[in-house]
Write a protein that binds this ligand. Structure first.
Ligand code: FAQ
Length: 328
C-alpha cells in the first residue's frame, strides 16, 4: 500500500482522501486511456507533489551531474576530446533547464528548487556523489551512467505528464550522442595500452555499485513506485529498469574483455533475468541522505555558483538596468 515504508527516509506525502472522487475517477480514466495531463488540467495534489519531487530531483541530478565530468574538460586527452567533453557537459546543464521548466509548470519556482538543493533538502542522483579520480572514471560516467539514464528516460518519456514527457524526448535525443561518445571513449581505453586497460577496469570496479544503486532501491523497498506506476509517471519499476540495463550493457562490457566486480552476476536461464549480489543498500541510504564521498563538495560548488551568478540575476530583474529591454 502506498505510503507504507520509509526505508530510505523517503519523502512522506498526504494520502488521497481529500480528493473529489468524481474528478479523481475522470483523471485516472484519462491516464488509463493514455492521454497526457497538461499543467492546467485537474490533477490530485499527490500527483502534483510526486511529479515536482521527481522532476526536481532529476533536474538537480543534471546540474550536479555535470560536475564530475566538468572537472575533466581541461584535462581531457587532446583537443577533440576536450571539445566533445565540453559539449556534453553543456548539454547536461541544458537538460536541467528543460526539467526545471517542466517542474515549474506544477507551481514550484526555480528559485525555491535551487534553494532546496543547496540547503540539502532535495535529493539528486546517488551516482554524482562519487569522485571521478581519473579520465577513465569520466568515461565510465559518459557511457554507463548515460546508458542508465537513457533506459529510465526512454521509458518515462511515454508517461502521463505532458511537459515532463516532452522534456524527456528532447533530452533522450541528446543523450543518444552522449552514449556514443562515452562508448567510443571506453572502447579506446579498453583496446589501448596495458595501462589504459588497467585504468578503465579500475574505474568500472569503482562505479559498479553506484551504477547498480542508480535505478533505485529494490521494488519491495521502494516507497513511490506503486502510485507512480499506477499514474504512469514511472513506466517501469526500479528492478525492471535495472534488469533492462543489465541486459543491454553487461554483454557489451564483457565483449570488451572487461570484468565486473560481482562473481554472482549471470543471466539465469530459467527466469530469463540477471542474478546479482545485492549492492550495499546501507551505503546507498547514506549517500542519498547526504553522507557520500562528495556530497559536501558538490553542494559547496553549487552554492558558490549561486553566489557568483547572483549579480546576473539582479541585473536581469532590475528594470533600470541598461542590459534589460522592457517587455513589449
Ligand atoms: N539517487 O521510492 P523510490 C542523469 C530515493 S539523470 C538518489 O524507489 P522513486 C543524466 C527517492 O528519491 C539521473 N535518490 O523512488 C546524466 C526516494 O526518496 P524521496 C537522474 C534516489 O522516485 C548522466 C527514495 O530513494 N534520473 O544521470 C535514487 O519511485 C551523466 C525511495 O525510492 C532521474 O532522476 C537515486 N538513484 O524512484 C547527467 C530520473 N533512487 O524522494 C550527467 C527520474 C531512489 O522520497 C552525467 N527519476 N532514490 O526523498 C526516477 O525515475 C525515479 O525518481 C527513481 C527513483 C527511479 C530515480
Amino acid at each position: 500500500m502506498y505510503g507504507g515504508g520509509n526505508v530510505f527516509e523517503a519523502t512522506k506525502f498526504d494520502t488521497l482522501q481529500n480528493e473529489d472522487p468524481v474528478k479523481m475517477a475522470e483523471f485516472e480514466a484519462r491516464i488509463e486511456r493514455g492521454e497526457k495531463i497538461e499543467p492546467n488540467d485537474w490533477m490530485p495534489e499527490l500527483y502534483r507533489k510526486q511529479l515536482i519531487r521527481m522532476i526536481e530531483q532529476h533536474a538537480h541530478s543534471e546540474i550536479i551531474g555535470s560536475l564530475p565530468e566538468g572537472t575533466w574538460i581541461t584535462r581531457a586527452p587532446g583537443f577533440r576530446r576536450k571539445l566533445a567533453q565540453m559539449a556534453k557537459v553543456q548539454d547536461e546543464v541544458g537538460h536541467a533547464q528543460l526539467l526545471y521548466s517542466a517542474a515549474e509548470t506544477l507551481g514550484k519556482s526555480r528559485e525555491q528548487m535551487l534553494t532546496d538543493l543547496i540547503n540539502g533538502k532535495s535529493k539528486y542522483s546517488n551516482v554524482f556523489n562519487y569522485p571521478a579520480f581519473t579520465w577513465a572514471d569520466s568515461n565510465i560516467i559518459s557511457w554507463l551512467i548515460d546508458a542508465g539514464a537513457i533506459v529510465n528516460q526512454l521509458a518515462n518519456a511515454k508517461g502521463s505528464y505532458g511537459p515532463y514527457c516532452r522534456a524527456l524526448d528532447r533530452i533522450c535525443a541528446e543523450e543518444a550522442f552522449h552514449l556514443k561518445y562515452g562508448h567510443d571513449a571506453v572502447v579506446h581505453m579498453a583496446t589501448g595500452s596495458a595501462k589504459q586497460r588497467e585504468m578503465i577496469q579500475a574505474a568500472l570496479n569503482r562505479w559498479w555499485t553506484p551504477i547498480m544503486h542508480f535505478f533505485g532501491p529494490p521494488d519491495k523497498m521502494s516507497t513511490h513506485t506503486e502510485i507512480l506506476m499506477k499514474w504512469k509517471v514511472k513506466m517501469a519499476s526500479n528492478d525492471d529498469m535495472r534488469q533492462q540495463f543489465l541486459d543491454m550493457y553487461v554483454p557489451k562490457i564483457w565483449e570488451l574483455g572487461l570484468t565486473l566486480p560481482d562473481p554472482n552476476l549471470k543471466k539465469n536461464a530459467e527466469t530469463g533475468k540477471w542474478d546479482y549480489t545485492e549492492p550495499d543498500w546501507e551505503e546507498f541510504k547514506r549517500v542519498i541522505n547526504g553522507d557520500g564521498p562528495c556530497n559536501a563538495e558538490r553542494l559547496a560548488v553549487r552554492r558558490t555558483a549561486e553566489e557568483r551568478g547572483a549579480w546576473v540575476r539582479r541585473a536581469l530583474l532590475n528594470p533600470k538596468s541598461k542590459y534589460v529591454k522592457p517587455l513589449a
